[in-house]
Write a protein that binds this ligand. Structure first.
Ligand code: FES
Ligand SMILES: [Fe+2]
Length: 432
């Protein structure tokens, strides 16, 4: 199949109000995304609580590039290429483990947990020419790695801006969830929901910050009174998400925000019945936070303003059913999702178990909500093959977008501002 890139420039695929459907179907565009977007952006790799002990590691990808996040003897977390310095074989294939040291299965070279070459098998065969300190023979560290409150990001572009600058206002979403933990730390150690869907990776990214679809796609989660299931103890009534009347107005009134350049975005909070949560465990949790924050910050922390935050290009962090979700593109029409419950450190086990239970209902492969969206992604992928409109539209709310003090864009509720912000970043990162 010929690529549309033989006819037009990649920048012409994105307009202010629409994108060309080939961004979801053209394998050459997918390859370029893996190269440029995942080669230029700061990409979330993992959380440092996943590798607590020396030698602990997890394997991840940045686009198509295999990487390893591991804890070294100096106590620091490193991100290194998952490729042997000898002939390039992938060294680790397990999702997680403990290595002291890493050993390549092909010819047995070994590497320290910071990626340095440790030993070469049968070294006498190399004579004088072997320079063990040559980083080119190791599993090289990524040029930029940074950790914000336990969330580890890496970037392949040596000239990239700092992580702090890249994240900008979405750092606050990490602060909000970490500050809800009495120790200021969260743990992503409860296991992972993991599944693959038959659709392009961007469908999931767009959907994480799409409030327009909720009353329609998730209608089947309502009971006869128009209420959703209870999400947590104390929330007796469940959310109201119908497209009629007051509920629809509330969805429209929620805030949406999009970064001017880097593609991050968030949607406004869905009120939960926290104030009614009068069980003793929750009350003792609130008391444990009282000494940590000012009364104003405590109120903010307990009722976060943001619902879902999408960290461009492929991570989202949710405050309601608290989790980290990472989107791993496999091919132009196949994507893997991994979802981690975010647990608090220093709270009763029952509270963390409640968080895990809530997420089983909303974001597991067999959940009530995510399954609706996976169906949407399949349909978007199949529909993109029809010779109907060449364009996919994101015009909703475009004429009412306005700038905040930082030049970022804000709007209310159910507009398609977050998706427009994502494609502004897409076009910028995809440029030659
Ligand atoms: S490819 Fe790894 S030791 Fe040869
Ligand atoms: Fe949804």
């Amino acid at each position: 199949m010929d690529s549309i890139l033989q006819q037009i420039d990649v920048g012409d695929l994105v307009h202010a109000d629409r994108v060309h459907r080939s961004v979801y179907t053209d394998p050459a565009i997918f390859d370029l995304e893996m190269d440029r977007i995942f080669g230029r952006a700061w990409v979330y790799i993992g959380h440092d609580s996943e590798v607590p002990e020396f030698g602990d590691y997890v394997t991840r990808t940045m686009g198509k590039r295999p990487v390893i996040m591991c804890r070294h003897t100096d106590g620091e977390v490193y991100v290194i290429h998952n490729s042997c310095g000898h002939r390039g074989a992938k060294v680790c294939v397990e999702p997680r483990g403990n290595a002291q040291p890493f050993q390549c299965p092909y010819h047995g070279w070994t590497f320290k947990t910071n990626g340095d070459l440790e030993a070469v098998s049968m070294p006498r065969g190399y004579g004088e020419s072997l320079d063990m300190s040559d980083p080119g023979l190791g599993m090289r560290q990524l040029p930029k790695v940074d950790n914000y409150r336990g969330f580890v990001f890496a970037c392949l572009d040596e000239d990239a801006e700092s992580l702090d600058t890249w994240l900008g206002p979405v750092r606050q979403s990490i602060d909000d969830i970490a500050d809800r933990s009495p120790s200021g730390k969260v743990r992503l150690t409860a296991g992972i929901h993991r599944y693959v869907f038959r659709g392009n990776w961007k469908f999931q990214l767009e959907n994480t910050v799409d409030m327009y679809h909720v009353p329609f796609s998730h209608e089947s989660t309502l009971n006869r009174q128009g209420k959703q299931f209870s999400r947590r103890k104390g929330d007796d009534s469940g959310s109201s998400i119908s497209d009629a009347g007051a509920a629809a107005k509330r969805w429209e009134q929620r805030e949406a925000w999009g970064a001017a350049e880097n593609g991050h975005s968030y949607t406004g909070h869905q009120p939960v019945a926290d104030k009614k949560r009068d069980d003793p465990i929750y009350q003792s949790y609130v008391e444990s936070l009282e000494g940590k924050h000012t009364p104003e910050r405590l109120a903010e922390v307990l009722a976060p303003r943001r619902h879902n935050t999408a960290f461009y290009p492929n991570m989202s962090l949710q405050a309601l059913n608290q989790h980290v979700r990472v989107i791993y593109p496999i091919s132009v029409d196949r994507t893997e999702i991994m979802v981690w419950p975010v647990l608090f450190e220093g709270v009763p086990d029952e509270m963390n178990q409640d968080i895990i239970r809530g997420l089983n209902v909303t974001h597991s492969a067999a959940s009530l909500i995510q399954t609706d969206d996976l169906e949407n992604f399949h349909r978007c992928q199949e529909g993109a093959n029809a010779e109907n409109s060449e364009w996919v539209w994101f015009a909703r709310g475009l004429d009412t977008d306005h700038k905040d003090n930082h030049g970022d864009i804000i709007n209310t509720g159910t507009g398609e501002l977050p998706q427009r912000a994502q494609f502004v970043a897409w076009a910028r990162l995809m440029a030659p």
